[in-house]
Write a protein that binds this ligand. Structure first.
Ligand code: ATP
Ligand code: MN
Length: 538
């Protein structure tokens, strides 16, 4: 790839207010890897990948994510706890402060783009304080050719200053860290946090406003891959439910692991040029493709290593959210460019820690709309001993923190697309079986993979009613048999060995669904409202 290409161009950042020329423009990943090590900001792991610590923040900080409220945004954004307004004047002042700070620093600048479909391509310039954050930008965004670089005109700019601390009282932020989107100036301003996910999710959030508002493209928090017959599958799901894991399938070409758009031309394109995989408990046996992608060029975040640089993937002493970023070409079986046509199957992934949802079930269009608006997964309780009660977690469109518009905007677009393309929609529980978290165990990855393969190949006997059982609580259609999966695993109630406990817990979950859906009831048709669980506890 363009890894070894020497870039001859130099750039000036005077129009951003940067007065110096201490700018490292478009360095190769190898150069950035080396500079990071030379500056003692990271080390090489034994697998070859660079390993860094992101500092105080090892995850995104949703409460410190703001959108500038101005003429472009004021009437369009769904303002609230998720999309928190920020004053334009405060933004301008804070931006100038960040720029003054960066005027004292060596800077790493990368020109890149988002959106693999040429029709929707958006040029991005990323200005980083740290070399490894710039290498992350190389990995995660799409990489322009040398020719494209000669006439590169950046549309959006990410200004990333992890070492800059805001003064909340003066700057209008909540605390010292912030991620602010300004749609008029087309800037994502990220400061006070070194967590790289803020960079990629900043641009994702921007696209989640721009694409549906101006281009009639549905943006989705999902992964995607494509089969040998050219059929595309997409996988929605909240963090940790398996988007990256399950889309990385040796038998299907990977389109992307996290952010996609569905176009009016009915194709699905990746926004990104790389993957950002969780590495907690990663093993080469269970996930050989992801494990194999961890080599020179990849960046490991917040992992624990021994003196020889061997990573202990089971060690979560810094965070549970240990990660690796790599350019998509670290995976062997990929679709290039990252575009798929002919969407045939949609999977909603949920890690149900109550252990009551079937491991695979088929949804009607109304159920699909209901589950998409609900966006259910569960959080397992904290690590305190004895606390095992799971917490339901609902996030509309399986990605509310990144969705600037009202969820029903995305839901309506998806419903229409599902209808037009006649897709099959499946609900997959990648979470617990045999009991809730603490009692049962996590669904085996090999079974989830087998169920998804069977759904994709048509082996689930989709159009024969006798092959399915309608779940008495959730109303979804549960296959009775599935190749490669013990029959007992398919019925969650059977795995519990305690009907009463199963139903009590199932009703707990249905009540949580109903409670959460109240805020959408006025927007949803009678049919969609009936797509939810049918029986509740009293
Ligand atoms: P994010 O949005 O944060 O990137 P994600 O949806 O991509 O999250 P993954 O990175 O795929 O989530 O994480 C799923 C995790 O769950 C992985 O660590 C995977 O090994 C583990 N896992 C265990 N059992 C299963 C299963 N049955 N199906 C999917 N993943 C499983
Ligand atoms: Mn992922």
């Amino acid at each position: 790839m363009s890894n070894s290409t020497a870039i001859t161009k130099t750039i000036s950042l005077t129009n951003y207010g940067i007065k110096h020329n201490n700018i490292k423009y478009q360095l190769t990943p190898d150069e950035l890897h080396q500079i990071t090590i030379d500056n003692e900001l990271g080390v090489a792991s034994s697998l070859g990948a660079l390993a860094v610590n992101t500092g105080e923040f090892t995850g995104r900080s949703p409460r410190d994510r703001f959108i500038v409220k101005d003429e472009v945004t004021k009437d369009k954004i769904w303002w609230g706890d998720i999309n928190i307004p920020f004053e334009p004047q405060s933004f301008d002042k804070l931006y100038d402060k960040v720029i003054s700070y960066l005027n004292e620093k060596e800077l790493f600048v990368r020109d890149a783009y988002a959106c693999a479909d040429p029709l929707y391509k958006m040029n991005i310039r990323v200005i980083n304080e740290y070399p490894w954050s710039n290498m992350f930008s190389y990995n995660m965004f799409l990489r322009p050719t040398e020719e494209e670089l000669q006439s590169f005109d950046p549309e959006w700019t990410v200004v990333n200053a992890p070492g800059f601390m805001a003064d909340a009282k003066i700057d209008g932020t909540r605390q010292h860290n912030f991620a602010i989107l300004n749609f008029t100036r087309k800037i994502a301003l990220v400061g006070g946090t070194g967590y790289t996910g803020e960079i990629k999710k900043g641009i994702f959030s921007a696209l989640n406003f721009i694409l549906p508002t101006f281009k009639n493209v549905l943006p989705m928090h999902c992964s995607a891959n494509i089969g040998e017959d050219g059929d595309t599958a997409i996988f929605f799901g909240l963090s940790g439910t398996g988007k990256t894991t399950l889309s990385t399938d040796p038998n299907r070409k990977l389109i992307g692991d996290d952010e996609h758009g569905w176009t009016p031309e009915n194709s699905v394109f990746n926004f990104e040029g790389g993957c950002y995989a969780k590495v907690i408990n990663l093993s080469s046996e269970k996930e050989p493709e992801i494990y194999g992608a961890i080599k020179k060029g990849a960046i490991l975040e917040n992992v624990i290593m021994d003196d020889a640089g061997n990573v202990d993937f089971g060690d979560t002493s810094i965070t549970q959210n240990t990660r690796v970023s790599y350019p998509i070409y670290h995976i062997e079986n990929i679709q290039q460019p990252s575009i798929g046509k002919n969407v045939k199957n949609i999977f909603f992934l949920t890690a149900d820690a109550f252990g009551v949802l079937p491991p695979i079930s088929k949804l009607t269009p109304a159920q699909a709309a209901y589950h998409f608006i609900s966006g259910y997964t569960a959080k397992v309780a904290g690590t305190e001993a004895g606390v095992v009660e799971p917490q339901p977690s609902f996030s509309a469109c399986f990605g509310a923190p990144f969705m600037p518009l009202h969820p029903t905007v995305y839901a309506e677009m998806l419903s229409k697309k599902m209808q037009e393309s006649g897709v099959d929609v499946w609900l997959i529980n990648t979470g617990w079986t045999g009991g809730p978290y603490g009692v049962g165990k996590r669904m085996e990855l090999k079974y989830t993979r087998a169920m998804i393969s069977a759904a994709l190949s048509g082996e689930l006997g989709l159009y024969n009613y006798d092959n399915y059982h309608i779940h008495s609580v959730f109303g979804v259609a549960q296959p009775r048999e599935c190749p490669g999966v013990p029959t007992s695993v398919l019925s969650p109630r059977t795995t519990w060995n305690d009907d009463e406990a199963y139903y009590t817990t199932a009703f707990k979950l249905t009540n949580a669904f109903r409670e959460n859906f109240k805020k959408f009831e006025n927007y949803a048709s009678e049919e969609i409202r009936r797509g939810g669980p049918q029986r509740y506890a009293f």
